[in-house]
Design a binder for this molecule. Structure first.
Ligand code: PLP
Length: 365
């Protein structure tokens, strides 16, 4: 059996007629940037998350950068985040001119440990960026409370968690600003790059929208230094089709993730831990195993691709050498990055495929 890591092909086959038709209608219209498809998408994103505002943009990375720019975060400021994430989370802090301050993660959820945040807050701290890693939101109540106490902002990096919920509320609407990515392999993916920023604050929303389009308030009248962070109409048209089926895909993801967890009990690998008061959309289904590389190569021989999210903590990346961290500074993050591995996951993974993966794991651990 040859199993795809993320099954975008089956998804396209299922929605093909509608997607092709919508893309064609954008081509016919020749309106390629912003326009009615983007407005329609923003409306359904806001409705889905129950956010007052959703602003579509060019990528998850740009959604985070726009959030920092809207909050005026700049040189001399500090932003607290996790070292166990995709580099974009901390990269945008550096791009804004500010300093990333890392806080270690919780050993069960792999999300930022709220108990360790307060000791890192200084007079320069302007924001906290918790990442809802693999699709599971962080301890947002605890984090929002700390932020409120210190009068700083919380930006949720929900690039992996669009569709998840926390205490009945949707990810991306759990703090001052929520950010997400529509990179093709994400739970809601387009066919190129895309993202969105969410907020309930009218003033911030207006500023984010303006920043997305070169800080332009009226044509050729620029209030801020912004970026070209717009979403194009073809991506929006594809996302509008996928939004129709998204709720049912989220349910399938949850069911497949739960089934993996049940099948892997006492298997020798550690399945992901999901807190009772929240859900995960399993953007990645990641297990832990000490002899990861050996298991990965055996699974690969059996036609089962795996990936590592992420093999090196951000404080150990050359790009962040100037921050002055050293090995051992974030022991949990370092330990998890040496043991973590992701298995094939998509709403279209069949029971037969899943049984095959689980049996191959059991035979090789
Ligand atoms: C946690 C996290 N943050 C940010 C990003 C950046 O998103 P994008 O690739 O759309 O720029 C990603 C996705 O790759 C991500 O997983």
């Amino acid at each position: 059996m040859k199993i795809p890591f993320i099954d975008l092909k089956t998804q396209y086959e299922q929605y093909k007629n509608e997607i092709n038709q919508e893309v064609l209608s954008v081509l016919e219209s020749t309106q390629f940037i912003l326009g009615p498809q983007v407005s329609k998408l923003e409306e359904s994103l806001a409705k889905f998350t129950n956010s007052k505002h959703a602003i579509a943009c060019s990528s998850g990375t740009d959604s985070l950068l726009l959030a920092l720019m809207a909050l005026d975060i700049k040189a001399g400021d500090e932003v607290i985040t996790t070292p166990f994430t995709f580099i974009a989370t901390a990269e945008v802090i550096a791009l804004a001119g500010a300093t990333a301050v890392f806080v270690d993660i919780d050993e069960k959820t792999y999300n930022i440990d709220p108990k360790l945040i307060e000791e890192k807050i200084t007079s320069k701290t302007k924001a906290i960026i918790p990442v809802s890693l693999y699709g599971q939101p962080s301890d947002m109540d605890e984090i929002n409370l700390i932020a409120k106490k210190h009068d700083i902002y919380v930006i949720e990096d929900g690039c992996q968690s669009f569709g998840a919920s926390y205490k009945g509320k949707k990810s991306c609407n759990l703090s001052d600003i929520g950010c997400t990515s529509f990179f093709p392999s994400k739970p809601l993916g387009c066919y190129g790059d895309g993202g969105a920023v969410f907020t309930n604050d009218d003033i911030l929303a207006k500023k984010i929208r303006t920043l997305t389009n070169h800080g332009q308030e009226e044509r050729y009248k620029h209030k801020y230094i912004g970026i070209n962070g717009r979403l194009d109409a073809i991506q929006a048209a594809i996302l509008n089709v996928k939004m129709k089926y998204f709720e049912s895909e989220v349910e399938k993801r949850e069911a497949i993730g739960t089934r993996y967890n049940e099948l892997l009990v006492n298997s020798g690998v550690l399945p992901p831990f999901i807190e009772k008061d929240r859900t995960s959309v399993f953007a990645q289904y990641s297990i832990r195993y000490k002899n990861r590389n050996d298991l990965a190569s055996k699974l690969n021989q059996a036609g089962i691709p795996t990936a590592v999210h992420y093999p090196i903590s951000l404080h150990q990346q050359e790009a962040f050498a100037s921050l002055g961290y050293k090995d051992g500074d974030f022991p949990i993050s370092e330990k998890i990055s040496s043991e973590i591995m992701s298995l094939p996951m998509s709403p279209f993974l069949t029971n037969e495929q899943q049984d095959y993966i689980v049996n191959a794991i059991k035979e090789n651990v």
